[in-house]
Design a binder for this molecule. Structure first.
Ligand code: IFM
Length: 444
């Protein structure tokens, strides 16, 4: 059965998402360098050492991209504003060209009747602040707060919703413990600090925006279904530890003012001074909505060979995988939507702010046939519908991504878009999945 707009509650928002560094073309418009420019220029970090200098050139082509959204019957666009475009040095001198760009972009969305959903940080730390330790610096929340006030003064009054941070697990753990994203550290002290400071920065932004009367504030967390490989208590512990770091750390701090014991087992000796006070003063405060990003599950086992915490390893599952090698596991989306409402946020509005899949899509005779993606979307829509029936207050869904784009350490190789981008010519070709969404989102 094909689900359509009519299978969801009246007013349910359907959108597509992107992020600044992945689509804009960072070399345009006076943006300052970011830690992704240097991470990607360091051999071995990014496929073919590709960066976001040109990306999809949305900086010049946003009008055409928004026409595609409109023609596709979408209601909304989720985008991010780049700190380094607004403040090239991270602090101090404002780049007026950058502010004007986001002003034009906002107008272009509204002119087409598309609702703007802004994210304030989607991973491009200005290099000048990275030089000072980036997310490990105890002052980062103040610098972030200053940037937030500047961009908010320009476009905040026209945003449908504002998210502080995209995927703090990636900002902190993936980037400071696993070393897979900029700044590419593998250091537990840096990780513990980043895990905490990113939340403190979220809280600082919330406080500053509340003071301006904003009542549409949230955060976007990513979740990964953590399953134990066997019943063995050691494997169960490996899964519980991964779940605590990935799925519980951020939401528990925000909604309960605590960090999970299973994660503190590793991080406690490395936490920054005053972290308990910060939980009270900054982090534990109400949200207006919560964004849920969901892609896959991982199966965890105890690693006998590991010499240090968290002593876990991944075991390959048996489901079909995407071009990223990620298992397709829609049950996990139902799990997190219902888990959020039952255990953490009650009736607070939830949005699926990202969900999608990468595939090796090719243009053949002017068309891109991607039935795998259409099936992926339908199976995840079904999981969302079940979650709503089971009580989750889900109010919208944003497909990741509108365009094929810069997939971070994977460069331009992994294609998540419903619109194909030829990275030589920058030509956009809507894929069959775009046309499927266009059909199912038509109003009558
Ligand atoms: O491309 C990313 C995005 O920037 C954040 N969430 C996951 C996507 C796919 O990896």
């Amino acid at each position: 059965m094909t689900l359509t707009r009519k299978d969801f509650p009246e007013g349910f928002t359907f959108g597509a998402a992107t992020a600044a560094y992945q689509v804009e073309g960072h070399k345009f418009g006076g943006a300052g360098p970011t830690h992704w420019d240097t991470f990607s220029a360091t051999p071995g970090n990014v496929v073919r050492a590709e960066d976001g200098a040109l990306a999809c050139d949305q900086y010049h082509r946003y009008g055409d991209d928004f026409d595609l959204l409109k023609a596709g019957n979408f209601d909304a666009y989720r985008f991010s504003t780049s700190w380094a475009r607004v403040l090239p040095e991270g602090r101090g001198q404002v780049n007026q060209e950058g502010l004007d760009y986001y002003d034009r972009l906002t107008d272009a969305l509204l002119e087409r009747g598309l609702k703007p959903y802004q994210t304030l940080y989607h991973w491009e730390m200005p290099s000048a602040l990275a030089d000072l330790g980036g997310w490990t610096n105890p002052d980062i929340h103040n610098w972030f707060g200053d940037y937030v006030e500047i961009i908010d003064a320009k476009i905040g009054d026209r945003m449908e919703a504002i998210a502080t941070i995209n995927e703090p697990w990636c900002v902190a753990f993936l980037s400071h413990f696993l070393g897979a994203h900029a700044p590419g550290l593998r250091d537990i002290r840096a990780t513990a600090r980043a895990m905490h400071h990113v939340l403190k920065a979220h809280g600082e932004a919330m406080t500053r925006l509340r003071a301006k009367g904003r009542d549409n504030l949230g955060i976007v967390l990513n979740f990964d279904y953590c399953e134990a490989a066997t019943e063995d208590p050691k494997d169960q512990k490996a899964a519980a530890t991964a779940d605590a770091i990935f799925n519980r750390w951020f939401i528990e701090a925000i909604t309960k003012g605590t960090y999970p014991a299973e994660a503190m087992e590793g991080f406690a000796p490395h936490m920054p001074k005053g972290w308990k006070d910060d939980l009270k003063s900054h982090i534990h405060q109400p949200l207006d909505w919560l964004g849920v990003n969901y892609y896959t599950r991982h199966i965890h086992a105890h690693d006998e060979t590991a010499s240090a915490w968290p002593n876990g390893r991944d075991v390959q599952g048996h489901r079909a995988t995407t071009q990223m090698g990620w298992e397709i596991y829609p049950e996990g989306l139902h799990h997190f939507l219902t888990r959020m409402s039952e255990s953490y946020v009650g009736d607070l509005p939830l949005y699926v702010t990202e969900n999608g899949m990468a595939w090796d899509d090719r243009v053949v005779n002017g068309a891109v046939n991607d039935p795998e993606r259409a099936a992926f979307i339908q199976s995840h829509l079904a999981a969302m519908k079940r979650a709503i029936e089971d009580g989750a207050n889900l109010q919208g869904f944003f497909y990741w991504s509108l365009l094929d784009n810069y997939e971070w350490a994977e460069g331009y190789e992994k294609r998540f878009g419903i619109v194909h981008v030829d990275f030589e010519t920058l030509q956009r070709t809507p894929k069959a999945s775009y046309h499927m969404l266009k059909d199912i989102l038509a109003q009558d």
